[in-house]
Write a new protein. Structure first.
Length: 142
């Protein structure tokens, strides 16, 4: 497997872990959190949980991707953001939601937080690598 293909494959596998965790987070939100605190509050709580989950997963796996330069880390984050956008839109449409409802999830003016989540996904590989580089300085030499 070529270097770029290997990096893309590992990046995609980490994204699959992220999206699986986020799917479980969404199920927990709909079944447990929102019935107790309401829909909007449930989405806000779930968003906070999502940020933590994404950060923990990225911290755990960013080194395994095998990338150490900022440009490629940003590329991985952008890949994750695009994959997540496509996944969320597809899942929403399959669930029978209208285009307006689907896009409202990405509109902060409508209370949607997904746009912030996509920005976070785009930058988290760089943030995670930077945090690990401070904690483990030997990573800088990789």
């Amino acid at each position: 497997m070529s270097g770029t293909l290997a990096i893309l494959s590992r990046s995609f596998l980490v994204w699959l872990i992220i999206i699986a965790a986020e799917t479980i987070n969404g199920i927990v939100r709909e079944m447990l959190i929102s019935p107790i605190v309401g829909g909007q509050n449930g989405r806000q709580i779930s968003f906070g949980i999502a940020v933590v989950l994404i950060a923990v997963i990225t911290l755990a796996f960013v080194r395994s991707i095998g990338v150490v330069d900022i440009g490629r880390l940003i590329g991985i984050g952008l890949l994750w953001a695009v994959l997540t956008f496509v996944f969320e839109v597809a899942a929403s449409r399959i669930a029978g939601r209208s285009w307006a409802e689907t896009m409202a999830d990405f509109d902060p003016g409508s209370g949607g937080l997904m746009a912030f989540g996509l920005v976070f996904l785009a930058i988290i590989p760089v943030l995670a690598f930077s945090i690990l580089a401070v904690i483990r300085p030997e990573m800088r030499a990789m």
